[in-house]
Design a protein around this ligand. Structure first.
Ligand SMILES: O=C(O)CCC(=O)C(=O)O
Ligand SMILES: [Fe+2]
Length: 351
């Protein structure tokens, strides 16, 4: 029997056992690794309890700084427009981002890993543009360093969950140890009833791991959970190939001390479809101005992403692997294919 929507909540996973190398906590590590594995198979989304890793005051300060930026005049915000740069790094106005052909009701700033020899005529190869608000850059750079560390920690925990050998983990680690990360700061005014689209339309994240901290606004981020037998009553705005999928939208409301984590499309290649990147969207109908600050921990720009050895072993053992949903790819080529279009497109579209 399908479960009623109210019972569906995402699992909460404590990353603490992977924060130090205390050999005594092998048991807790296995529990965390197993929880990650089943969350990736069942949802592609979960909460990560980070209380042992970050002080909750830190991300709160970041959303405060973000609000200070979004409260500036349009003219001042446009000073760091992504159009000054490579059309990816910088500020995008309200409705400038387009998902599934519809304008998203948000504004935001994107920062990418800095590159040597920047060239703003090349997709994603320009320079970051920082607001001049005091401490803005310093505080965000501290958070980026933390999220990069967290990315490697979660990846290592996932490698245990997938039964990878230590050598295989080192090989995977070498594909993500110079992550081509993205730090995104998003501001959402309330969604007007007559807006043709969403606060952020349904999409999958395309990379590796997303760590999303959001202010406490409830009922904004929604995750599409497959439920065979439950016809999706709300297919509007879904990508065309998803329109017939059976399932429900569940809320992923913020939990104090946690970030929401989801896996991107590169995991579909690594696991030959065992882990799937899950659709999500933002429908913010409340009356406040919502701020979220997702950090995208991505593979290295030149990483060749292809199915992992451990998946072949699972197949030999009879584990049902859905099969390649996407081809092996060099991450940077894949990324440029996604965001490079922004050069040509009228509206910017990330997904
Ligand atoms: O703001 C949110 O809650 C989600 C944003 C998101 O999904 C994205 O930027 O990829
Ligand atoms: Fe997303």
């Amino acid at each position: 029997m399908p479960q009623p929507a109210a019972l569906d909540t995402l699992p909460i996973i404590d990353i603490a056992p992977f924060l130090n190398s205390d050999l005594g906590n092998a048991h807790n590590r296995s529990a965390t690794a197993a929880a990650l594995h089943s969350a990736c198979i069942g949802y592609g989304f979960f909460y990560l309890d980070l209380r042992a890793f970050v002080d909750p005051a830190e991300p709160e300060e970041l959303t405060r700084l973000a609000r200070e930026f979004f409260a500036l005049s349009q003219e001042d915000k446009d000073k760091i427009s992504l159009k000054n740069q490579d059309h990816a790094r910088g500020y995008a106005r309200l409705k400038e981002n387009v998902t599934n052909g519809k304008a998203d009701n948000h504004e935001g700033i994107d920062f990418y890993k800095p590159v040597e020899h920047p060239d703003k005529t090349k997709p994603v190869w320009g320079e970051n543009q920082w607001p001049t608000i005091p401490l803005f850059r310093e505080k965000y750079e501290e958070w980026i360093e933390k999220m990069k560390k967290l990315g490697l920690i979660v990846m290592e925990a996932m490698s245990f969950g997938l039964g990878m050998t230590r050598e295989e983990w080192q090989q995977l680690r070498s594909q993500v140890d110079d992550s081509f990360w993205v730090m995104r700061i998003i501001g959402y005014p309330p969604l007007p009833n007559d807006h043709d689209g969403y606060s952020c339309g349904a999409h999958r994240d395309y990379g590796c791991l997303t760590f999303l901290y959001a202010d406490p606004t409830p009922s904004a981020l929604q995750v599409f959970v497959k439920r065979p037998g439950v016809p999706n009553e709300d297919t509007s705005g879904l990508p065309a190939e998803q329109g017939l999928e059976e399932g429900i939208w569940i809320n992923a409301d913020p939990i104090p001390g946690c970030v929401v984590c989801n896996i991107g499309e590169m995991w579909e290649t690594w696991t030959d479809g065992l882990y799937r990147s899950t659709l999500h969207r933002v429908v913010h109908r409340g009356s406040n101005y919502r701020v979220s600050i997702p950090f995208f921990f991505e593979p290295n720009f030149d990483a060749l992403v292809e199915p992992l050895e451990t998946i072949s072993r699972m197949k030999e053992k009879g584990v049902a692997i859905p099969g390649a949903s996407r081809k092996s790819v060099v991450y940077g080529d894949f990324l440029v294919g996604k965001v490079g279009n922004n050069f040509a497109a009228e509206g910017k579209g990330r997904y």
